[in-house]
Design a protein around this ligand. Structure first.
Ligand SMILES: C[S@@+](CC[C@H](N)C(=O)[O-])C[C@H]1O[C@@H](n2cnc3c(N)ncnc32)[C@H](O)[C@@H]1O
Length: 335
């Protein structure tokens, strides 16, 4: 069997194995103790030796772990993603894939037969479904923090002088972008505009980073309410949740809320120009189909939306990671 096909077929085992090794402290143990044998790992993590042994063999076969002479270790390059205390730690995102996304993937079956519009006709807003209870909100915003906080430092640098005055972080969740911006730009203040359920999570981040009054929360629904006014209006992983019409409506609101000459920032995954790569964008595009009403786009598609909303001087600035910046300028009144 071709290797690519084999990896695709057994991808489900890989996701679950990574999730379970994370959940039972296997990666944390290996990162703390270095190369170890199965017996030591089982004793150190309090796991069943036979089961953890099988898990380790599978993880090594996928290349998630390295090892020789019966020992296993986490490859150096993966430590930043598998160490629960690291800023790029991917555990909460993998938990979201296993706990939420995988339960929704079978929905694609009905979409293939009847189309999403018909199947989802009577469904409520995707975030009403996603935020079923406090635990679900917590799980979602934790996953967002992990996806967004570390890369946000680079996005703040890419935004440059746009990061001044008052930042309005639309759908800013528990503040991964706002917090990163406030930590880097001393005179900046930020308002996260998001659904009311998110407030306690933003307040926790504000306390953890001692940001006091520099970080505010404005509860609201961005489809019903106008956005708070600011010098810079940011959308991080928000437009990929919605179809083009909804994105246009949001960008027009952002244009109205943004001071003349201020910037509107779109920060999101980007498809390469051919619309096929990278792999993470291609598969997350399937996730967006089952979890939201959105999709991933090329840089040119985002520029097209910004221009259609009346924003000018659009530029694409790519980070070294998976989340990039597309920026537009709010024209002076009457321009
Ligand atoms: C995918 S998350 C993005 C979080 C964060 N900006 C980031 O970059 O990681 C989308 C955010 O949009 C918020 N959101 C969804 N629908 C909304 C609405 N109607 N009004 C305001 N915020 C909304 C969600 O609560 C969530 O925080």
């Amino acid at each position: 069997m071709p290797e690519a096909l084999e990896r695709a077929i057994f991808g489900m085992h890989a996701t679950h194995a990574v999730h379970l090794a994370d959940r039972h402290g296997v990666f944390a143990f290996l990162i703390a103790h270095g190369a170890s044998r199965t017996g030591k790992i089982a004793a150190g993590t309090g796991t069943d030796a036979e089961t953890v042994g099988r898990l380790l063999v599978a993880l090594r076969a996928f290349g998630v772990l390295e090892g020789d002479d019966g020992e296993y270790r986490v490859p150096e390059a993966s430590i930043a993603y598998l160490d629960p205390s690291a800023s790029r730690y991917a555990g909460a995102f993998v938990r979201h894939l296993v706990g939420s996304t995988s339960a929704r993937m079978p929905q694609l079956d009905a979409y293939l037969s009847h189309g999403k519009a018909r199947v989802d006709d009577k469904l409520p807003d995707p975030f009403d479904v996603m935020y079923a209870d406090d635990a679900a909100v917590e799980a979602f915003v934790s996953a967002m923090w992990q996806l967004s906080f570390d890369v946000s430092g680079e996005l703040v640098e890419l935004a440059g002088p746009a990061m001044a005055g008052h930042l309005v972080d639309v759908g800013g969740a528990n503040g991964p972008f706002s917090v990163a911006a406030l930590l880097r730009v001393p005179d900046l203040r930020a308002t996260v505009f998001d659904l009311p359920h998110v407030a306690p999570h933003l307040h926790r981040a504000r306390e953890a980073y001692r940001l006091g009054e520099r970080l505010a929360f404005a509860p609201g629904d961005f489809f019903r309410d106008e956005l708070p006014e600011g010098d810079c209006v940011a959308f991080g992983y928000v437009l990929s949740d919605w179809d083009d019409d909804a994105c246009l409506a949001l960008l027009r609101k952002a244009r109205r809320a943004c001071r003349s000459g201020g910037r509107v920032l779109v920060m999101d995954r980007l498809f390469d120009d051919d619309g096929h790569r990278p792999l993470a964008t291609a598969v997350m595009n399937l996730s967006m189909h089952v979890e939201t009403r959105g999709r991933h786009r090329t840089a040119a598609e985002y520029v097209g939306l910004l221009r259609a909303a009346g924003l000018t001087d659009c530029e694409v600035r790519r980070s070294g990671r998976e989340k990039h910046l597309v920026v537009g300028r709010a024209p002076a009144g009457g321009e």
